[in-house]
Design a protein around this ligand. Sequence first.
Ligand SMILES: Cc1cc2nc3c(=O)[nH]c(=O)nc-3n(C[C@H](O)[C@H](O)[C@H](O)COP(=O)(O)O)c2cc1C
Length: 148
Amino acid sequence: MASIRILVGSVYGTALMTARELKKSLEPEGHTLIINEQPELSDITNNTDPLLVCTSTTGQGEVPPNLLPFYLELRDTLPQQPGRPFGVIVLGDSSYGDTFCGAGDLLEEALLETGARKTGDTLKIDALETPEPADEALPWLRTWLAQL
Ligand SMILES: Cc1cc2nc3c(=O)[nH]c(=O)nc-3n(C[C@H](O)[C@H](O)[C@H](O)COP(=O)(O)O)c2cc1C
């Protein structure tokens, strides 16, 4: 059974609520999901758990303020994580056009530069189509876990 570290980025709480629902659903099955609500770089450098980014998008395709310090430090220092599995769940709104789910792309790019290995395709959840993000995120995460 996997121990997963979830790095949350959330402005209004939807992505955080989604992460909490994933934890609530999967821990009874024996998985361990550690939610980092104010992620710091040490949250990933002091362990080797697979990483799951669960973030919304703000501004013009930007990373939410609570995840931004982590993202900037990651991007600037690129602590090497060769082969470490990671996945991305990103919330957005397709009415934002070109910046749809942009925060997920930024995190993915930075993690790939550390040598981490992307597992599965990014799950992009469109607020216009999906009122309950966990309905999409839970089956996606089960598939993701099976690929680890
Ligand atoms: C001020 C603001 C800016 C946003 N900018 C974007 C954006 O650039 N791209 C996008 O896909 N979604 C954008 N969104 C939509 C949010 O990512 C989406 O509503 C998400 O579900 C919010 O999740 P949260 O409650 O965890 O922050 C924006 C929402 C707000 C309120």
